[in-house]
Design a protein. Structure first.
Length: 121
């Protein structure tokens, strides 16, 4: 699955056992954006014992935060079922709001390997 970035949605790439989400996320209708991604996530989990996720957001709104919580919950459930789940939450060096968002998501991840990764702007 490959979704190109738009002015309101991030680039999303599913490539075998690797998932990347990069950009900004504030779609007009979060369910239209998120449903195919959640479906692809379930399929990826079924097909792979090991999944790597890289997320590098510049901005997301509150409805998108709910999508990310759901996304991470599915990954955490897969890790609890014995899958190897590695997640990198990338944030720009001086972007404290994205760093704090990553910290909030990390709090709920007990079975997955969740890492905060500082990157240059």
């Amino acid at each position: 699955m490959q979704l190109e970035a738009t002015s309101r949605t991030p680039e999303v790439t599913f490539n075998e056992n690797r998932i990347e989400i990069k950009g900004e996320c504030y779609p007009e209708d979060i369910s239209i954006f998120s449903e195919p991604i959640i479906e692809a996530l379930h399929e990826t989990i079924q097909k792979n014992d090991s999944i790597t996720v890289e997320i590098a957001m510049r901005y997301f709104n509150s409805s998108s935060a709910k999508f990310f919580f759901d996304f991470f919950e599915i990954l955490e459930d897969a890790a609890s079922d014995g899958k190897s789940i590695d997640i990198e939450w990338k944030y720009r060096k001086n972007d404290t709001s994205m760093m704090e968002a990553g910290e909030d998501f990390e709090e709920d991840m007990e079975e997955s390997n969740f890492q905060l990764v500082e990157i240059e702007s």
